[in-house]
Ligand binder design. Structure first.
Ligand SMILES: C[S@@+](CC[C@H](N)C(=O)[O-])C[C@H]1O[C@@H](n2cnc3c(N)ncnc32)[C@H](O)[C@@H]1O
Length: 249
């Protein structure tokens, strides 16, 4: 009984706090919201989170997986450079990042390495339209924790754009949030539904979506679609569900 009251009280406190932050956020203009999200993401991007860095560097972005002309969707504050900075298989790196408030965090972060052995460019585009990137020109595309922020039906457009820019045989590696399974975790599923409107305001539009549907829809487009469920190492119980995998052109 005591435990139930604690869970109920804890959940209610999170909801009230999120609503208060959401209302304050709604009153801001877009530029300030982008600034605040960049600062928030910079605080959350913790290089000392060894469990998360293990997923990023040892499971997804191993040097043997990431090579040639590399493009990252939603490069954010540059956290994935902990895995990429000394990868000598990379010939060039393009980061697609529509929030220019991220750029100073990104460049500040990567300047800790004197010699990154390839050129780095950030493009202020959305991954839904990467017109500055030639078709069939990229060997590896990386995307971590981005798709939940792209409103429907645009994620499909992103996956088709990635297919356009990849060379034949090129690889698209991803790690993404997904919604909880209703049957396995009805409480978390319900909690996500309840807080989603506020979460989307605070979290740069991030919604709890069954993200694997987008990848399944690509089975006739890519030559290989593979993914598996993964736990996101975070103390926030309602964003623990994730998916990691790859699409091959
Ligand atoms: C939650 S952050 C993740 C950042 C980083 N990839 C990471 O793993 O920490 C989501 C990032 O995706 C970017 N983003 C949002 N919409 C995008 C779009 N349409 N195209 C490309 N990037 C986008 C955001 O600006 C933000 O930098």
């Amino acid at each position: 009984m005591g435990r139930c009251v604690k869970i109920l009280f804890g959940s209610l406190s999170i909801i009230v706090a999120l609503i208060a932050i959401g209302i304050a956020y709604l009153k801001m203009n877009d530029l300030y919201r982008q600034k605040l999200f960049a600062r928030f993401l910079n605080k959350l991007s913790d290089p000392n989170n060894t469990a998360m860095m293990d997923i990023r560097c040892n499971q997804l972005l191993k040097h043997s997986n990431v090579k040639g002309q590399v493009l990252e969707i939603g490069s954010g504050t540059g956290i994935n450079f902990l895995c990429l900075h000394n990868n000598t298989n990379i010939q060039s790196y393009i980061g697609i990042e529509p929030n220019i408030q991220m750029y100073s965090y990104f460049y500040d972060f990567i300047k800790q390495w004197d010699k990154i052995p390839y050129e780095i460019h950030l493009l202020n585009d959305s991954a839904t339209d990467m017109h500055e990137v030639k078709s069939n020109s990229i060997d590896t595309v990386i995307m971590t924790l981005v798709l939940c922020s792209i409103p429907d039906p645009l994620p499909e457009k992103v996956l088709l754009e990635v297919h356009r820019i990849l060379k034949p045989g090129g690889k698209f590696i991803f790690f993404e949030h997904t919604s909880a399974n209703y049957e396995a975790d009805p409480f978390i599923y319900g909690f996500q539904r309840m807080i989603e409107p506020v979460w989307a305001i605070i979290g740069d539009g991030c919604r709890f979506k069954p993200i694997t549907n987008y990848f399944d829809a690509m089975k006739n487009v890519y030559s290989k679609v593979e993914y598996q469920h993964s736990d996101m190492p975070t103390p926030l119980f309602f964003i623990k569900d994730a998916v990691k995998g790859q699409l091959i052109k």
